[in-house]
Design a protein around this ligand. Structure first.
Ligand code: URA
Length: 297
């Protein structure tokens, strides 16, 4: 078994036991398997484990090292050299892994995995729920009717996936019949989204709809209460229940209604527009160029 296969098997067993016992992922020690020739990059490692806490490294030969001296070498540990650059995580690596992912049942019914698309250093990351039929067929996020509305909404505040926005989903493969994603599917896919966020480093995150907002904020509060108010998203660990004390890592996250909801019920349009204006104001605080471009809008 390669280190990657071992990591996947270990992750699967952890998730399966958490799901059967409680339905939610518990924090665990960080576990890293290594092939002697090809150590995992820190980014890839963090993505697979997604957790803070004491770090445990399992070598391919079964050796286990635990504790502060079990790092990758960046902190001066001469026993384990820092990995070469070509091990660095990239958006394309994430996308490739999404396309060939078979970690959950959704791979059996999807046509294409939908990693997401847009600017590599975006002002805003938009996180939707999961691909629908059009996205499943094309491999691109938000390209159906809801997606076209989303594009118009973003354009109204100077954002587009071509220029300054990245669009992704919590779950990367279409749930059959557009049912809600299941908790284990969300957990499996969470590592992809987490890696994307670490790579993209968006200035703000817009969560479209209940599933996205509840997942990112780890809450069961309804979207009617969550929408319109910024909450801090901390790049590492939130999806797994960690909320590091250091607020510096926080990205402002704004939940709003899903564009499909606006298509179903016109009444959601006004509050959604209020939310977009709040996002525009926040981005203008954070980025002088955007502030200039959108001044007077
Ligand atoms: N709805 C979503 O949440 N995401 C898509 O990509 C398309 C529709």
């Amino acid at each position: 078994m390669t280190a990657d296969e071992k990591s996947r098997a270990a992750l699967f067993l952890d998730l399966a036991s958490d799901y059967l016992l409680d339905g939610y992922r518990r924090p665990r020690a960080r576990v890293v398997f290594e092939d002697s020739a090809a150590p995992l990059s820190p980014a890839g490692t963090a993505a697979l484990t997604g957790e803070g806490g004491p770090e445990t490294r399992r070598k391919a030969d079964g050796q286990v090292r635990t504790g502060p001296d079990a790092g990758t070498g960046e902190n001066g540990d001469s026993r384990t050299p820092a990995p070469p650059d070509d091990n660095a995580d990239t958006l394309e690596k994430v996308a490739e892994e999404v396309r060939r992912c078979d970690m959950c049942r959704l791979c059996e019914t999807r046509t294409r995995g939908v990693p997401g698309e847009g600017a590599a250093s975006p002002l805003a990351l938009v996180v939707g729920e999961a691909p629908g039929a059009d996205e499943d067929a094309s491999g691109r996020p938000f390209v159906g009717k809801a997606g076209q509305l989303l594009d118009r909404m973003l354009a109204s505040i100077g954002l587009s996936r071509q220029k300054n926005c990245f669009i992704a989903n919590v779950v990367k493969c279409r749930p059959p019949g557009n049912r809600d994603p299941m908790p284990d599917e969300i957990v499996f896919c969470g590592r992809f989204l987490r890696r994307q966020i670490e790579l993209l480093k968006p200035k703000a995150i817009l969560c479209a709809g209940r599933i996205s907002a509840q997942t990112m904020l780890r809450t069961s509060t309804g979207i009617g209460k969550l929408r319109g108010r910024f909450a801090p998203y901390r790049a590492e660990g939130d999806l797994d229940g960690f909320a590091p004390d250091n607020p510096d890592g926080a990205i402002p996250l704004l939940p709003t209604y899903h564009p499909s909801a606006l298509l179903r019920d016109e009444g959601y349009k006004r509050p959604a527009w209020e939310d977009l204006k709040a996002l525009r104001a926040k981005l203008a605080e954070l980025d002088a160029d955007y502030a200039r471009e959108t001044a007077g809008q």
